[in-house]
Ligand binder design. Sequence first.
Ligand SMILES: [Zn+2]
Length: 308
Amino acid sequence: MAKFKIYIAGSVGGGTPTKTRNLPSYLLNDKILLDGGDGFTYQLRKGGKNLSKIETIFISHEHPDHWAGIIGYLQAVGLNKRPQPLKIIGPEEVLNFLTASMKFMENSINLEFIPLKEDGLIYTNKGLTITALKVPHTDNSYGFLIKQEGERKFDGKKAAQLGVKGPMFGELKKNGFVETEQGVVKIDDVSTLEPGTAIFYTGDVGPEVFRDSKLLTNLKSQVDALNLLLVDGTYLKAKDRKNQSHLTLEEAVKLAEELEAINVVLTHISNRYNDNDVEEANVVLRAFADEKGLNMAAVAEDGMTVEI
Ligand SMILES: [Zn+2]
């Protein structure tokens, strides 16, 4: 069963939507929103998503194409009398701006703003963790490493042999060991932990990422394998980048290789590209996936759901 379902609400880069691509925004497991570009509320409605289910919004950096839609969202869910609290985690200046905009809204959302100022663990819930890692783009840009802990599978036969029964399983899970008539039994004696699932969403990222060994080392030290790299692949053609702090298709693929990603989805696609350009890019990506034995490599489309 998929651990993560990512609904692509917007996949354009550069601030101007096209007829088929809206501004960047990704809904994770219906409850977490990664970036909130203008119009994401409409995109989620169009995709049949429940707006009120979102519990936390993460903003990767201060550029408005990644958060301007949050004002409209707050207005929309406020009018619908959203019952549960909402956390917004992002750059302090953006949170201040959102706070100011709340003055003009009639709503009573229980909001919590958490400024994002440095690398570190910023979210924990039932084995799901999110770690912010600084990426080169602006001085305060982050990528998000999202990990779901693997499930623990108990060997019933072994547990019975060692005298583990009933409420002892709860104690084992809580303390990591339990005392039975046969002595102390450790959790690893009677169970195995399945590998977890990990995603890295780069946010906007420049080619300096390859020179930032701290970021890459940090990422590699935290995951055995990356099940999905959702990566800024703004420039499908290398000649188009000029000096912009975004990756080309080749660089996005190189980053996927460095991070040993099993699936790769390019997003934040420049609005200059038409359907033919995207199809050409997908041919290159499919060849890359085949050559490297990846499950999948593709350009994101609005309305697409990636299941991992
Ligand atoms: Zn952007």
